[in-house]
Design a protein around this ligand. Structure first.
Ligand code: GYE
Length: 359
């Protein structure tokens, strides 16, 4: 039996046990709980029937290996949840999930394991843009389609991946720049008044970092009075964001704007600003702009600490599932799919907007 066959056999047994004992532990399995109810009331022969039916279904599950970046931010947690709740047996999938703890070498190892297990699809959220050609060639040689999700890669051979779904990070960076232009205008800041900016960058070399940095730089280039004092990585984490902001505050006493390339680094920066005895947000000394627009960012805006957050959707699970469904039917898919995104700031009805959001 191939490893994939073995894994399907194991899932079939597990599913059968699930159906017979009702002990799955998951909250979101209405169909499974239905089958538990019927097998509980229908006696031996019905149970046997349920058993063979479930086994048959399990053998048809599409096996997806997801090489996830890590667990560095609220965005990432929402992204993991999106995959875990989409790629479930009730939807016809078995998900093999790997958390690479922000290390490319771990992601490469995970992809090699997926190839060994002969999964049907590999989904990769590449921690950085470069260095994927060898392992993706191995996946291609094994005939396993690779779908890039969340971030993109740099490669000279586009045939190494089937599709890509992510945010348009350059556009996000430009949106942040345009937001700042409008905000300064609304405050009647003179066009020749110097605006000192620091940037907390994401993981260096990640497409979310590269795009947001470049996009913001495009708009900075059009504003002669904007002065980028320093840029440094905060690794997309709150603790590193705080640490880097502390050092910026020691180096510069005239910071006007912080651009944090994700919400969690902004939360760390806000703590550092307050600890240094300064204030931030619409009524404070320092303007803070971030990316993602997770619920905690809405709270920070409502509290008056954060000025704006540029939206970036983590809900890629259903988007990737749609791509896989099309591929299963032999349909063609768009190679690159950018998600439509907006921004939020303190001029909006944030309580209301937050209530309608999924992450
Ligand atoms: O902004 C950040 C996360 O790649 C878009 O990664 C993603 C980024 C997101 O850690 O919070």
């Amino acid at each position: 039996m191939s490893k994939r066959g073995l894994s399907l056999f194991v899932s079939a047994i597990m599913l059968t046990m699930f159906a017979l004992t009702g002990c799955g532990g998951g909250a979101k399995a209405p169909e499974e709980s239905k089958s538990v109810e019927s097998s509980e009331t229908a006696g031996e022969s019905k149970s046997e029937e349920a058993k063979s039916e479930v086994s048959k279904d399990a053998s048809k599950l599409i096996v997806v290996g997801y090489a996830q970046v890590g667990a560095e931010s609220d965005w990432r947690t929402a992204n993991t949840e999106s995959f875990k709740s989409t790629f479930v047996p009730e939807n016809g999938y078995e998900l093999i999930f790997n958390d690479a703890q922000q290390k490319q070498e771990n992601q490469i190892k995970a992809i090699r394991d997926f190839i060994q297990q002969e999964v049907d699809y590999i989904v990769l959220a590449p921690v950085v843009e470069t260095g994927w050609d060898t392992v993706l060639q191995e996946a291609k040689d094994a005939g396993i389609p690779v779908i890039l999700s969340d971030r993109m890669i740099k490669t000279s051979d586009d045939s190494l991946y089937t599709a890509l779904v992510c945010g348009d990070f350059i556009k996000e960076g430009e949106t942040a720049g345009h937001w700042l232009e409008d905000y300064l205008k609304s405050k009647n800041v003179a066009a020749d008044e110097k605006i000192n900016i620091v940037t907390l960058q994401g993981t260096i070399g990640a497409s979310a970092q590269v795009g947001r940095t470049d996009g913001f730089a495009n708009i900075l280039g059009q504003n002669a009075n904007w002065n980028m004092l320093a840029k440094q990585t905060g690794e997309f984490t709150q603790s590193k964001g705080q640490e880097v902001m502390e050092s910026f505050l020691k180096q510069f006493d005239d910071i006007d704007v912080v651009v944090a390339e994700n919400d969690n680094m902004a939360f760390g920066a806000i703590d550092a600003i307050k600890a240094a005895g300064k204030t931030c947000g619409p009524k404070g000394d320092i303007t803070v702009i971030s990316f993602d627009a997770v619920k905690a960012a809405f709270d920070a805006m409502i509290a008056g600490d954060l000025n704006a957050s540029i939206e970036c959707s983590p809900l890629h699970g259903p988007r990737v599932a749609e791509i896989i469904q099309k591929l299963e039917k032999g349909e063609t898919v768009d190679k690159i799919q950018y998600v439509d995104e907006s921004y939020f700031d303190t001029s909006m009805d944030l309580e209301k907007i937050k209530a309608g959001r999924a992450y």
